[in-house]
Design a protein around this ligand. Sequence first.
Ligand code: MN
Length: 330
Amino acid sequence: MPPNINDIYKSIFAEIDRAQHVMLCMHRKPDGDTAGSTLAMSHYLDSIGRSNTVFCIDALPHSLQFLPGYQKVTSDPHVWDPQHAAFDLVIVFDSGDLHYNGAEPYVSANRGHIRIVNIDHHITNTHFGDVNLVLPASSTCEIVHGLLESVHGLNREIATCLMTGLITDTGGFTNLATSASSIDTASHLLQKGVNLHSITKQTLQNRSVATLRLWGRALERLSTHSSGLITTVITQKDIAECGASDVAVEGVANFLNTLDHTGLAKGVLVLSESQYGVVKGSLRSTHPLIDVSKLATLFGGGGHKKAAGFSVAGHLFYENGQWQITPLTA
Ligand SMILES: [Mn+2]
């Protein structure tokens, strides 16, 4: 029998009670859900006087710098130095595994004397924590809402952080992840004084001309495969020529997912060259019979049934009338 959710909540608060210093970890290339859930927990720990550090291997994008407490986020690896802070608890948010999170080397180096709490909603989560709060929810923020509400730990700052993840992971309460419970959670957060309109504008709108130019290139290259997969590519050259940033790529797959899926189109694949010299695949679908997380898993990635991703080594190039990825090197 799966453990009772209230027992998991109690285990997490027991870990927090025992901890001297808590490391809170967002995943690489942070989005609204990982940033919102991690910062919400940081505000809660501050409110009970528990010292904490908020770590993310990549910097927060500009669009998330309205989040209360965003200044606390550090990418400095020295915070993992035991001399910096005697951390004994690591809480990881919105990450299917530690590799995807980006903190794996730091966590491994300290594994002997730390505990790990894993809070996530990805169905492919590997349950890598000593305590795992992994549930099928719209967002990690929805899960953290349940956790903090159980100890009446919400305030307006925390609610703003949590609403951000709900909005970004549900595409403004429009995608298939949106459930009765995510709407209930949002309603409760609104009662805490959250500004829904402002967060929606900051996270889902406010796009730069450079970003829209980059999207234009992706739209021009749309191609339809007999499998029903609609694909497009974005190269590092495109990003540079449009004057866009890596972050601008993130919204393309969600935008393409507005395709009519009643016809041939069954799903969307966006291949983009990331700054790490790897090609990232972003998969989306609204088709009732398609589970894109299975396709992502074939390439070593993971995610949700309707939104998933993977990364492979290589570069994108155009040859013989089609886009290709350089062969993988051993
Ligand atoms: Mn998420």
